[in-house]
Write a protein that binds this ligand. Structure first.
Ligand code: ADP
Ligand code: MG
Length: 596
C-alpha cells in the first residue's frame, strides 16, 4: 500500500479506540462535559446496556448555535488555549477529543441552548461530520443522545459484554463521578428503572455515605489530614466493613477519580494488620493538590496521573489513614442478635468512634517529613523505621481502659474476660499475645538487627533445594531477624547464630527458618520486602505467643493486659482478626430488661 494521509473520520475512529472502549466511557466523557459546563443537575439514561441509547442531559451553560459543529470537531475545546494552561487545568476535559470520537462511532444528536438564548439548536451526525444546526425546543442546557454505539465498528461491538455487565459499569462510573460532585444532583435511569436519584447536598461526606449505603455510616471514620501542600480528606471504613473486592475503594485527585498503584499500596499499608488478607478496606479519599504538582495528561482516559513527588503522596496517604484509625476505638461489638458472626465477613458492629474523633485539639498526628522515596523492592528498613518512630497515641485515645483492681477470668484456657468502661471485654489470649509480640519485634527491628545467640557448635538443618535458593534471595532478611545461616551443600544449612527471641520463647529456630524460607519463596514474588519482613515477624510472634489451651497465672494475665494498653492496634492480631470483642453494658441491660 502506498503511504496516504488518513481521512479525518478514520483518524477519529482510531482515536475513539483509546477513549471510547465501551458505553461507560461515553457516559464518563459526557457527564464530565456537563460538569465542566457548570451543571447543577445531570440526568443519565441508558437503554440496552448503553449501546442502544445513551442520553445525558444537563442544565449547564449550553453551546451557541455557531459552536455546535465545532464541539464535534476533533481537537476542538473551549477549556485550554495553550500548553501552559495544561499545567493548571481545572476542568475534567481538555483534550477536545471526546465528542469527535463518539460522533465517529455512533449516531449522535446534540441539542443545546445557552441560558441567554431564546431557542435551542440541534445537530446530528452519523458516524461522520455533522449536518447543519436546526432550531429545536427545550430548556437551557445540553442534551446529548448517542444511539447505536459502534454501529460502524463491528470489531469493537464484539468486545462488549452482556447488557447487565455494561449497565453495571455505567452505574459504577456515574456513582464515582457523583461521589466527587456532591453539589450536583444526579439521576440514572437504566431502561425504565431509576436506579440512582441523588439530590444536591452541601456536605460532601453525606454524598459519599448516600452512595456507600447509609447502614455503613457508623462504620465510617473521618479522615482529615494535611501535609506539605496536600490536603487529604474523606472517609475510612472500620476494618469490620472491609469487603471481598476493592469496589468500595476510591481515590480522587482534585475531583478526578484516579487509579494509582502507589496510593493503593499506601492504603493497604495503613490497614495492614487490621484486615485479614483478601479483604479490602472501604476507603474514599479526596486528595487536593496544587495541579502544578501532578500531570494528568498521562492516559487518554485521565485515570492515571503522574505525581511530581509520588513518594510524598504515598506517605501522606498512609499517615492520613493510620492517623484516623489510631484515633478510634476499633474493638468490635458483639452483636448478640446475629449468631455465627464471623469477623471477616463483617457481621460485627463497631463501637462508635470515640476519644479523639472529630478532629479535636491534639488529635491530629504530627506532620511527618515529606519527601522520602516510595518503598522500593529492595530492603527498605528506613520506611519501616519511619513508621516506628511515630509516637504511639496515648492509650486512652485507643480504647477505654480496663479495670485493674479485678481478677481476670480465663475461660476454657482460651479467652480472658475483663471489664472496661464500656462493658465486658472478651479477649482471645493467643491473638492478643501475638499482636503484642509483633509490635515489640517491629519496634526492635527498627533499631537494628534482632538480637542473636551464637551457637558454640553450629546447628545443621536439612532442607530442600528450594529453601537453599530462598535463603540466597532472602539473605538480608534472614540476617536481619537474627540468624547467621549459610548453605553447606545442596540440601543443608548451617546455623551459627539464631534469634534469641525464639530461644526465649521455646521455638525451635531451625524449624522456624525452614518455614520462613518456604513462606518467603512463595510470597517473595508478590510482596515487597517490607511487607514480607513484616509477615515473617508476624510468624515469629505467632509461634512464640501463648496458645489456646495454655493456662496462665493471674500474674501472666495481668502482664498481658498491661501490654494491651501500651501498644498500638491491640484490637487486632497481625492477621487482622480481632483480639477482643466487647459486649456493651447497654446490650446486657437491654437483654435483662433493664433499659431505662
Ligand atoms: P473537551 O471536554 O476535552 O473540551 P469534548 O470533545 O468533550 O472536549 O467537548 C468539546 C467542547 O464542546 C468542550 O470544550 C465544550 O466547549 C463543549 N461541550 C461539550 N459538552 C458540553 C456540554 N454538556 N455543555 C456545554 N458545552 C459542552
Ligand atoms: Mg470532554
Amino acid at each position: 500500500m502506498p503511504i496516504r494521509q488518513l481521512p479525518p473520520e478514520l483518524v477519529n475512529q482510531i482515536a475513539a479506540g483509546e477513549v471510547i472502549e465501551r458505553p461507560a466511557n461515553v457516559v464518563k466523557e459526557l457527564v464530565e462535559n456537563a460538569l465542566d459546563a457548570g451543571a447543577n443537575r445531570i440526568e443519565v439514561h441508558s437503554e440496552g446496556g448503553g449501546s442502544q441509547l445513551l442520553r445525558i442531559t444537563d442544565d449547564g451553560a449550553g453551546i451557541t448555535r455557531d459552536e455546535l459543529s465545532l464541539a464535534l470537531a476533533a481537537h476542538a475545546t473551549s477549556k485550554i488555549a495553550s500548553i501552559d494552561d495544561l499545567e493548571s487545568v481545572g476542568t475534567m476535559g481538555f483534550r477536545g477529543e471526546a465528542l469527535a470520537s463518539i460522533a465517529s462511532v455512533s449516531m449522535l444528536r446534540l441539542r443545546s441552548r445557552r441560558h441567554d438564548a431564546d431557542e435551542a439548536w440541534v445537530i446530528e451526525a452519523e458516524g461522520g461530520p455533522a449536518g447543519e444546526p436546526q432550531p429545536a425546543s427545550g430548556p437551557p442546557g445540553t442534551s446529548l443522545e448517542v444511539r447505536s454505539l459502534f454501529f460502524n465498528v463491528p470489531a469493537r461491538r464484539k468486545f462488549l459484554k452482556t447488557d447487565p455487565t455494561e449497565q453495571a459499569r455505567i452505574s459504577e462510573i456515574v456513582q464515582t463521578i457523583a461521589m466527587a460532585n456532591p453539589g450536583c444532583a444526579f439521576t440514572l435511569r437504566l431502561g425504565d428503572r431509576t436506579t440512582l436519584d441523588l439530590p444536591a447536598v452541601d456536605d460532601p461526606r453525606s454524598r459519599v455515605v448516600a452512595l456507600l449505603g447509609k447502614e455503613l455510616s457508623d462504620e465510617l471514620l473521618e479522615v482529615d489530614f494535611e501535609a506539605a501542600g496536600a490536603t487529604i480528606w474523606g472517609l475510612a471504613g472500620t476494618p469490620q466493613i472491609a469487603g471481598p473486592t476493592a469496589r468500595r475503594q476510591r481515590v480522587f485527585l482534585n475531583g478526578r477519580p484516579i487509579r494509582d498503584k502507589a496510593i493503593q499500596h499506601a492504603l493497604r499499608e495503613a490497614y495492614r494488620g487490621l484486615v485479614v488478607p483478601g479483604r479490602h478496606p472501604t476507603v474514599v479519599l479526596f486528595i487536593e493538590l496544587d495541579p502544578r504538582l501532578v500531570d494528568v495528561n498521562v492516559s487518554p482516559t485521565k485515570s492515571e496521573v503522574r505525581f511530581r513527588d509520588g513518594g510524598a503522596i504515598h506517605q501522606a496517604v498512609r499517615h492520613a489513614l493510620k492517623d484516623t484509625l489510631r484515633k478510634h476505638d476499633l474493638v468490635p461489638t458483639l452483636d448478640l442478635d446475629r449468631s455465627g458472626a464471623d469477623p471477616s465477613t463483617g457481621s460485627f458492629g463497631t463501637a462508635s468512634p470515640r476519644g479523639g474523633s472529630g478532629g479535636g485539639e491534639g488529635s491530629r498526628g504530627p506532620v511527618r517529613e515529606f519527601g522520602s522515596g516510595m518503598p522500593s523492592p529492595g530492603f527498605e528498613y528506613q520506611a519501616m523505621q519511619s513508621q516506628l518512630d511515630q509516637p504511639v497515641a496515648p492509650a486512652e485515645t485507643l480504647m477505654p481502659s480496663i479495670r485493674k483492681d479485678l481478677r481476670i477470668l480465663q475461660v476454657h484456657a482460651k479467652y480472658l474476660l475483663v471489664e472496661d468502661a464500656e462493658g465486658l471485654l472478651v479477649i482471645d489470649q493467643h491473638a492478643l499475645h501475638e499482636r503484642v509480640m509483633f509490635e515489640q519485634l517491629k519496634a526492635r527491628i527498627g533499631e537494628g538487627d534482632l538480637e542473636r545467640q551464637q551457637l558454640l557448635v553450629p546447628d545443621v538443618v536439612e532442607v530442600d533445594e528450594a529453601a537453599i535458593e530462598s535463603l540466597e534471595g532472602l539473605a538480608a532478611m534472614v540476617a536481619k531477624i537474627g540468624f547467621d545461616a549459610r548453605p553447606i551443600g545442596p540440601r543443608a544449612i548451617s546455623l551459627s547464630a539464631v534469634p534469641s527471641f525464639l530461644l526465649s520463647r521455646n521455638v525451635e529456630p531451625g524449624e522456624f527458618l525452614i518455614e520462613a524460607l518456604a513462606f518467603g519463596s512463595e510470597k517473595g514474588r508478590v510482596d515487597d520486602a517490607e511487607a514480607l519482613l513484616s509477615e515473617v515477624l508476624d510468624m515469629m510472634a505467632c509461634k512464640a505467643a501463648v496458645k489456646a489451651g495454655d493456662r496462665l497465672t493471674q500474674h501472666e494475665l495481668e502482664a498481658l493486659l498491661a501490654q494491651r494498653e501500651s501498644i498500638e492496634r491491640a484490637t487486632n492480631c497481625p492477621h487482622g482478626r480481632p483480639t477482643s470483642l466487647r459486649i456493651p453494658i447497654s446490650e446486657l441491660d437491654r437483654r435483662f430488661g433493664r433499659s431505662s
